[in-house]
Ligand binder design. Structure first.
Ligand code: HXC
Length: 520
């Protein structure tokens, strides 16, 4: 064998060994837990044959606790780039078969390298997490590694989309990298995120709780809102990431890809003319409206199980990607509370950062009141949504379907928050508050002074009717130009599409500043 042939077979051998990560036994253990390996996940996520791996031969430099005798090529993370539906992405996938995917300093250097490349080359960065946290033997070096990653998460934010998949443990400070990214996806039963595990929780607070109850996918997707998606399996999780990417651009300088459709722009839906019930206290399903107006009825929902009183997600309208924000009258009457405000604010800011126009469907009776909401800072949290809409410079098209009362009217992308085109259905009620509340405030004295309860009821009914005639319609707002047109509900799809087309080249600035100080 020539020297060159010998060199090549050594390379082939070394690659083959690196591809096995921590070795066949640990791979089998991973499979037994119902989990894929880092490489299997990458292969499933990326277009076939597109993966270009970097740093396959990197090894850790730790010499504590016998680590100098344990070396695995690649050191606990597989990194590189590839394509999804032909579009470039950078990726890192922690390899649990090597030291439990725990983070060494060299591992963080590999991760930081792809994060830097993602920003430099304007492509999304996807992190697949499956790690026991900081590599204990490395001490402060491992913590420094996390710090380097967090700093890059922050600097990349708003420049390239960042997506985190949690496919195993993610505990301690390690949870903060996913929290800094744009979207977090968890897998039910095999992934968890928490600052401290059940054992520490028990010793500190006495609370007995399982891993799943403390930080499983369902908990974070429905209660805390930390996770945007809870997948039933790793396969489903990876295909959700692919789908998500199809709605968003490569970076903050580009537009999302156009998806051609056969769904006619001028398609109307007669049922929309009847969907709002005659009784203003009766609910209806906003999902129907969303699916009716978007291309092919396809809506990709974000945060589906969290704060269900507001709906957010992506769709296409005449092929263009849009972010939909819609109050859901079917859940808590569509009221804005702390969680709904946080959820929608984060989504609006993502869309604005990445040039995705916003379509807002309004049916909101107001902000939820009471001590629980006030103590949870509904003021600050409601202001987040207000701030997000007010600073957004992407095209903003708003349709008011029914109620739009008080502060919540302003928050939901009103004209004065630089809403571009604001439409209302004839069923809209755009006012300071509902008729009952208004009569209680304005005519309390008259009703008290009434000679008997029947008279009081009559005064109430008369004044309520007066108020409804005056305010429970869109025409007060239309007369003043606060909405641009009152539209027939069945025509909503093409009116919104026409508005978006008109706004396609919109340019709007915010005053120069170092950065804003949004209410956190
Ligand atoms: C070094 C680790 C490790 C770690 C796991 N391993 N975690 N090695 N540092 N943090 C190793 C194990 O020794 C084992 O090595 C292999 O990974 C697999 O681990 P197992 O325990 O056998 O797997 P499993 O039973 O599935 O349990 C997984 C686990 C558990 C729940 C993650 O390993 C665990 O509790 N690890 C410690 C978690 C932790 O406390 N990390 C520090 C958090 S603090 P062998 O050679 O036997 O295969 C932190 C601070 C971050 O992360 C701060 C950022 C700012």
């Amino acid at each position: 064998m020539s020297i060159q042939q010998d060199n090549i077979s050594k390379l082939v051998e070394r690659r083959a060994s690196a591809l096995l990560g921590g070795g066949p036994d640990r791979i089998e253990a991973q499979h037994k837990k119902g989990k894929m390996t880092a490489r299997e996940r990458i292969a499933m996520l990326l277009d076939e044959g597109s993966f270009e791996e970097f740093d396959m031969f990197v090894q850790h430099r730790c010499t504590n606790f016998g680590m100098e005798k344990q070396h695995f090529d690649g050191d606990g993370v597989v990194t590189g780039c590839g394509t999804i539906d032909g579009r470039l992405v950078y990726i890192f996938a922690q390899d649990f078969t090597v030291s439990g995917g725990s983070l060494s300093k060299t591992m963080s250097e590999k991760i930081c390298k792809v994060m830097d490349m993602a920003v430099r080359n304007g492509a999304p960065c996807i992190g697949l997490n499956d790690s026991g946290g900081a590599r204990i033997q490395e001490g402060i070096d491992a913590l420094a590694g996390y710090g380097e990653i967090f700093e890059r998460n922050i600097l990349s934010s708003g420049v390239v989309p960042q997506i985190s998949g949690i496919f195993g443990p993610c505990a301690g400070g390690a949870v903060y990298s996913p929290a800094l990214t744009d979207f977090t996806l968890m897998v039910k039963n095999t992934s968890y995120m928490f600052l401290t595990g059940p054992a520490v929780v028990k010793s500190v607070t006495g609370e007995v709780v399982t891993q799943e109850e403390l930080g499983g996918a369902v908990v974070h997707a429905s209660k805390s809102g930390v996770a945007h998606f809870a997948a039933n399996s790793e396969e489903e999780g990876l295909s959700t990431i692919k789908k998500l990417l199809s709605f968003i651009p490569q970076n903050n300088m580009e537009e999302a890809p156009i998806r051609p459709t056969d769904d006619p722009v001028y398609r109307t839906d007669d049922f929309l003319n009847e969907i709002v019930p005659d009784n203003p206290n009766k609910a209806y399903d906003m999902y129907y409206v969303v699916r009716s107006i978007v291309d092919d009825g396809e809506f990709f929902e974000i945060h589906k199980d969290f704060a269900k009183n507001i709906i957010v997600g992506f769709a296409h309208m005449n092929g263009r990607s849009v972010g939909i924000v819609a109050n859901q009258p079917n859940m808590l009457a569509g009221v804005l509370d702390v969680n709904a405000s946080r959820k929608a604010a984060r989504f609006v800011r993502f869309c604005d950062a990445f040039n995705i126009p916003l379509v807002t469907l309004v049916d909101v009776p107001g902000f939820l009141c009471g001590t629980q909401q006030e103590y949870s800072a509904i003021i600050t949290n409601g202001a987040k949504l207000l701030y997000a809409y007010g600073e957004a410079t992407v095209p903003k098209v708003t349709v008011t379907l029914r109620k739009s009362y008080g502060g919540a009217h302003i928050v939901m992308s009103c004209k004065q928050l630089r809403g571009d085109l604001n439409y209302a259905w004839p069923s809209s009620e755009i006012a300071v508050m509902g008729a009952d509340g208004a009569v209680n405030v304005l005519y309390a004295k008259d009703m008290k002074a009434a000679e008997n309860p029947e008279d009081a009821l009559q005064i109430r009914a008369r004044k309520k009717k007066e108020y409804e005639d005056l305010f429970s319609n869109p025409y007060q707002a239309a007369q003043k130009g606060y909405i641009d047109d009152v539209i027939e509900p069945r025509n909503t799809r093409f009116r919104v599409i026409r508005a978006l087309e008109q706004l396609a080249c919109k340019k709007q600035d915010i005053p120069a500043k170092k950065h804003d100080n949004l209410p956190l």
